[in-house]
Design a protein around this ligand. Structure first.
Ligand SMILES: NC(=O)c1ccc[n+]([C@@H]2O[C@H](COP(=O)([O-])OP(=O)(O)OC[C@H]3O[C@@H](n4cnc5c(N)ncnc54)[C@H](OP(=O)(O)O)[C@@H]3O)[C@@H](O)[C@H]2O)c1
Length: 259
């Protein structure tokens, strides 16, 4: 628990779209102190304000303007207990694992570990009980980890859908099937993102990998944690009632805010 103590945190991928959001939120957070910022070798060694292409509506928080960006190596994040990752999916997998091995608590926005059978995929209002998988995740390391773990969040569209679905299941019991159509803002594609000639005055009826993500992430999040035949914990993927999810995802010319 927090107990009034401030916790030093780092941001991996601090110069990206997600990293900028982390910084905007963490710079004013009552519990967390921004202690280290990491990005690629292109940015490392520069003061944050020079490394970043800042795209938020608020100015760059004063507390990070002069912070020198580090490479995403655990030794550059000494003093942090937690790292939040907004790393590009091309590199997030091994970097986040290295931080876990070095006993950091890693909270990731990247997709790389979402399907891992020992990594919780958390939407806090829905499945905080899945944190119970963390001791098993730590025990798989040799020697077992004391503090390190990885937790991921869900795809932005999945997150918005599972909250009402969980409420419906709580009120009326397991859902058998659901059909989802999304209208997703261009912020979700990062920066520079979707080419302007593709999206101005247009709707792009395809977002690579997004529909599959919504379909299986929903099962992992709404499902429970049960015990397998070998005594290990497993995410049951909504096994108590098979749930069929069909998603159709569209990119629309809106800067922020998915529907
Ligand atoms: N955009 C969204 O709304 C959204 C929503 C949910 C999840 N996500 C996921 O979150 C992650 C970040 O998305 P984004 O849109 O913020 O991407 P982005 O704007 O392209 O930012 C990527 C970040 O990764 C860093 N990076 C790239 N290569 C690196 C390397 N080799 N070593 C260390 N750092 C490296 C970049 O640093 P440099 O600036 O130095 O290149 C940058 O800070 C992705 O995995 C994405 O799928 C995004």
């Amino acid at each position: 628990m927090h107990e009034g103590r401030k916790i030093n945190v780092g941001v991996l991928g601090a110069t990206g779209t997600v990293g900028q959001r982390f910084i905007a939120l963490l710079s004013e957070h009552p519990f967390f102190v921004l202690h280290a910022l990491g990005a690629s070798q292109r940015s490392a060694g520069k003061p944050y304000a020079r490394a970043v292409t800042w795209k938020q509506t608020k100015y760059i928080p004063a507390v990070v303007r002069e912070v020198v960006v580090q490479e995403c190596k655990p030794e550059c994040f000494r003093g942090c207990e937690i790292v939040f990752s907004g790393l590009d999916a091309d590199v997030a997998g091994p970097i986040e694992e290295a931080f876990r091995r070095a006993e950091f608590a890693v909270f990731s926005n990247a997709k790389n570990h979402r399907r891992d059978p020992n990594v919780p995929l958390i939407v806090p209002l829905v499945n905080a009980s899945h944190f119970s998988m963390i001791p098993q995740q730590r025990s798989l390391h040799n020697p077992p980890l004391q503090k390190g773990f990885i937790v991921t969040n869900a795809n932005c569209s999945t997150t918005g859908v599972v909250i009402p679905l969980a409420a419906l299941e709580k009120a009326f019991g397991p859902i058998e099937s659901c059909m989802i159509t999304t209208m997703q803002a261009i912020s979700g594609a990062g920066y520079p993102g979707v080419p302007s000639l593709d999206i101005i005055d247009n709707i792009v009826p395809y977002i690579g990998g997004e529909e599959e993500k919504m379909e299986w992430e929903t099962l992992k999040i709404l499902g429970g944690v049960s015990e397998g035949e070998d005594g290990r914990k497993i995410f049951d993927m909504h096994a108590r009632q098979p749930l069929r999810v069909s998603a159709q995802c569209n990119r629309v010319p809106v800067i922020e805010g998915h529907t």
